[in-house]
Design a protein around this ligand. Structure first.
Ligand code: TMP
Length: 215
């Protein structure tokens, strides 16, 4: 595909959304066409799925049901928004993608879900397509959760369904993201997210420049 697909991943409150917005601004200033999007919720139907997935009681559905709904969101997102933008030569920056399903629904749930199910869902919904680059923002779990709850305090409908799973779940998913990066080093780069917003932004720019040349 002529465009570039970059995914931003990490645990709660890791700063990836702020970094995505800064990279979008950086690329746009250099005359690039950029689409900033997210999962779940990058499309109209996706926003309805997001509401089901991230609000309410943590036990209202199990990990398999969650994976199916995240993949329904992903399929719609890819076919309605991501692939058309990439075909048009745009940069697509996505706040989360399939690594989040592996980190949350597989590692977070202590590998109780069959990994083959998640691999099959990927194949069905996304096929052989992969992101050009995945940035994984690694941060201490307690620091991230505190940030995330502080942000949610200002929301009328709290998007804290996964935050409420407790520290052990979040420790497992943090390790899960690191494992994902270790298994696919050509695609994934882990960033130390315990830095100022500006320092982290400079790290992101350096990686983008090294990977794709001067923009
Ligand atoms: P966000 O808060 O970063 O927008 O992400 C929404 C929540 O959904 C967050 O708690 C992570 C979770 N999530 C999964 O559990 N599995 C997934 O596949 C995705 C994309 C997100």
């Amino acid at each position: 595909m002529p465009g570039k697909f970059i995914t931003f991943e990490g645990g709660e409150g890791c700063g990836k959304s702020t970094q995505l917005a800064l990279l979008k601004e950086y690329l746009q200033k250099r005359g690039q066409n950029v689409v900033a999007t997210k999962e779940p919720g990058g499309t109209e139907i996706g926003l309805e799925l997001r509401h089901l997935l991230v609000t309410g009681d943590k036990d209202k559905m199990d990990a398999v049901a969650e994976a199916l709904l995240y993949y329904a969101d992903r399929r719609i997102h890819m076919s309605q928004k991501v692939w058309p933008a990439l075909e048009a030569g745009q940069w697509v920056l996505s706040d989360r993608f399939a690594d989040s399903t592996v980190a949350y629904q597989y590692y977070g749930y202590d590998k109780k879900v069959d990994k083959k199910l998640l691999d099959s869902l990927y194949q069905i919904a996304v096929g052989d397509f992969k992101p050009d680059l995945t940035l994984i923002f690694d941060l201490d779990v307690e620091v991230g959760l505190a940030r995330s709850y502080a942000k949610a305090a200002g929301m009328t409908e709290k998007e804290t369904r996964h935050e409420s799973r407790g520290t052990a779940f979040h420790q497992r998913l943090r390790q899960g993201f690191l494992e994902i990066a270790k298994r696919d080093p050509a695609r994934c780069i882990v960033l130390d997210a315990d830095k100022s917003i500006e320092d982290l932004h400079q790290d992101v720019i350096r990686i983008i420049t090294e990977r794709f040349g001067l923009v």
